[in-house]
Design a protein around this ligand. Structure first.
Ligand code: AMP
Ligand code: MG
Length: 432
């Protein structure tokens, strides 16, 4: 048996980051940047109003108090014209409207106003915006009893980003917020490391397609869907390639089909010591594929290598669903992250205190399906139930995978373990 780390290191040494590709902005989602992103335009792109209101020249309203101030006649948005001690209101003719999207280059002449909407360009010669709720809302003539300081409701060109600024560095992951910044800065396309395309193949004569009620002796191919979903949750483009029969020919044909387009292939089943373990038989002769017993529970029989002209990595995982999923998290996800250019090959574990405790096999790392929770703000875990490698109920009930090092034979209550939330659980609020 070889240690988990050795198998993972062998995999990480054999895979490489994809060639950077220039892709349209929206295709960059979920990718890592292969080059700095430089702003083509400033943000905001032009001085614009932050409020719906009226834009006026500062000199015309210099005598008016600020809203809410002692001399202001418009506190609370109501008009109190002519009250003793108040500055007389200013009345200005309204030249017209400036809406968001107005591309005219307008100039405001002293003694007049424009009605302006949020996001609309400021006319030249104007630097005061009075919000509509502080005015009488006039269409031909507007009456102002107070005015904000010049610039108060104006978003200045370039105050967020200047043209030519590096807004995101190479190596940054493009999520929703980064995508917005890249697009807003006027980028047409971006250089990214491509996200690997993965095909998951299920082998087994007993397997029938998902969506089928299995007959006697038949088993629904749950691995294909599960692994493709898990790898998508982990951030990659993964699909199930369906069921392959337990013959060397069928396995070789299926591999040949996907070798042309897939960046990685994951198989399940057919790698133990059975008489019909076709994956092992077919792949032992191909590329750099090597089969090992890895010191882990579940997931002992593992195979990995690169095959074909494009040196496509192939992961041959054991068929038991729990073993397959654990293997995907422990070996496939780190490899895909490395191929996609992620800075950290492994997701950051949560340090969690064990509530129950259990036994662990000697000299084998144990990956336990657990329920990760918080107690008084501290992460805690308990076993999710049946730990057999065929037990789907406890797998579905669990939200995380706890790692018990090989030398530990008994996990005691109070012990602290590294725990990795499963993809969707992480999205639901787990993780550092
Ligand atoms: P194998 O690794 O092919 O010996 O399979 C081990 C166990 O996992 C057997 O009980 C199989 O029926 C089961 N199994 C294999 N592949 C799948 C699959 N795609 N979906 C569900 N169970 C599977
Ligand atoms: Mg099988």
């Amino acid at each position: 048996m070889i240690p988990v780390e050795r198998h993972r290191e062998r995999i990480l040494a054999a895979v490489s980051r994809g060639e950077p590709q220039r892709v349209p902005v929206n295709a960059a989602h979920g990718c890592v940047l292969a080059a700095d992103v430089v702003a083509a335009v400033p943000l905001p792109g032009f001085d614009n109003s932050a409020m719906d209101g009226y834009v006026v020249a500062a000199a015309d309203v210099a005598a008016l108090p600020e809203p809410g101030g002692s001399g202001c006649g418009c506190a609370g948005g109501t008009q109190h014209e002519g009250h003793e001690g108040h500055t007389p209101p200013v009345r200005l003719p309204v030249r017209g409207d400036i809406a968001a999207g107005d591309t005219r280059r307008l100039r405001l002449e002293p003694g007049e106003a424009y009605r302006i909407m949020t996001g609309a360009p400021m006319p030249a010669g104007a630097d005061v915006v009075v919000p509509v709720e502080l005015t009488d809302g006039g269409l031909d003539v507007v009456t102002l009893t107070c005015a904000d300081a010049p610039g108060r409701h104006v978003r200045r060109e370039g105050e967020d980003v200047r043209a030519g600024d590096v807004v995101l560095r190479a190596g940054v992951f493009v999520g929703a917020r980064q995508l917005a910044l890249i697009a807003a800065c006027g980028a047409v396309d971006v250089l990214v490391y491509p996200r690997p395309k993965v095909v998951c193949l299920s082998t087994g004569d007993e397997l029938v397609a998902p969506g089928t009620v299995p007959g006697f002796g038949q088993v629904v191919d749950s691995n294909g869907l599960m692994l493709a979903a898990a790898l998508r949750e982990a951030g990659f483009d993964a699909v199930s390639g369906g069921v392959v029969r337990d013959t060397e020919d069928d396995v070789l044909t299926a591999l040949g089909e996907h070798l042309r387009t897939a960046d990685a292939i994951v198989t399940t089943g057919g790698v133990s010591m059975g008489a019909y373990d076709a994956v092992k038989a077919a792949l032992s002769r191909l590329g750099t594929v090597q089969f090992d017993k890895v010191a882990m529970q579940p997931g002992k029989p593992q195979g990995f290598g690169t095959i074909g002209e494009r040196d496509v990595p192939v992961f041959t995982l054991p068929g038991n669903p729990v073993s397959a999923l654990v293997s995907a998290h422990v070996f496939v996800v780190p490899a895909l992250r490395a191929m996609a250019g992620w800075q950290r090959a492994e997701p950051e574990p949560v340090r969690a205190r064990v509530l129950d405790g259990w036994t662990s096999p000697p000299e084998r790392a144990q990956f336990v399906r657990v329920l990760l929770d918080r107690e008084a703000g501290e992460p805690v875990v308990r076993s999710a139930g049946g730990q057999g490698s065929h037990v789907l109920q406890a797998l579905a009930d669990a939200n995380a995978l706890a790692y018990v090092p090989a030398e530990v034979t008994r996990v005691e209550p109070g012990q602290v373990l590294d725990v990795t939330p499963f993809g969707a659980s992480e999205a639901a609020g787990w993780g550092p």
